[in-house]
Ligand binder design. Structure first.
Ligand code: PXP
Length: 239
């Protein structure tokens, strides 16, 4: 099995900065440390409400990243404009609700084919790899394939929050979706709510490309520093 790549989501370093409206911690420096520790990419979410990542961060990181930039965003014209200007390596389209603490569910790609198609096509035309953040649900994977998105990212939040029988069911849904995605020709990423512990059962998914992990790495970094936290997660996902 190929090794799994790690995209480190650094949104919550920006959350810390925005909590005080200051200019530290320096996100470019955080990304430099994360990349130096071996991460395969940097993930940032430019939310409509700009609660953590700011437009200037996207431009600064685009200039300075030495790995891949994965920009998460809603299909919102204001944010799509930024993505078309910045040309990230990857864009992951996510649903957004103003009041949510974090991206709570997957994108209803199947229900929004017409709205998503022009965005997917415009991003693809500039060479950005488009990913759709979807629940591990066959219908949503079929929609991603119909839209011509090369990637899906499976939302692992329900799995991360589940216990008992639900946990087994959620894990099976992820395995099924990953296998089904491969039959549709999709590359399969996953993320949300993953930790060094709950990531373990995902490591035997044969065709998993990249895990995008943020909150738990930034939290662990309070104890060990962001470079070591990245190395620890890389060790946790090694197979
Ligand atoms: N992938 C996507 C599409 C996300 O929206 C998020 C959260 O921004 C993550 C991965 C990372 O989730 P977490 O911070 O819980 O690791």
């Amino acid at each position: 099995m190929d090794s799994i790549k790690l995209g480190v989501n650094i949104d919550h370093a920006a959350t810390l900065r925005q909590a005080r409206g200051v200019d530290y911690p320096d996100l470019v420096e955080i990304a430099r440390l994360v990349e130096g520790a071996g991460a395969h990419g940097i993930t940032i979410h430019l939310r409509e409400d700009r609660r953590h990542i700011q437009d200037a961060d996207v431009y600064n990181l685009r200039r300075t990243l030495t790995t891949r930039m994965n920009l998460e965003m809603a299909n919102n014209p204001d944010v799509v404009r930024v993505a078309l200007d910045v040309v990230p390596d990857e864009v992951c389209l996510v649903p957004e609700r103003r009041q949510e603490l974090t991206t709570e569910g997957g994108l209803d790609a199947a229900g929004q084919l017409d709205a998503l198609r022009p965005t997917v096509q415009a991003l693809a035309a500039q060479g950005t790899h488009v990913s759709l953040f979807v629940a591990p649900d066959r219908r949503q994977l079929e929609a991603a394939a119909a839209l011509g998105a090369p990637y899906v990212e499976l939302h692992t939040g329900a799995y991360a929050n589940a216990t008992g029988d639900d946990l087994k069911r959620e894990l099976e849904a992820i395995y099924d979706a990953a296998a089904y995605g491969a039959t549709l020709g999709l590359k399969v990423n996953a993320g949300h709510g993953l930790t060094m512990t709950n990531v373990k059962p995902l490591l035997t998914i044969p065709n998993l490309d990249t895990l995008n992990i943020g909150h738990s790495i930034i939290a662990h970094a309070l104890f060990v520093g962001v470079a070591q936290a990245t190395r620890d997660m890389l060790a946790a996902i090694a197979r």
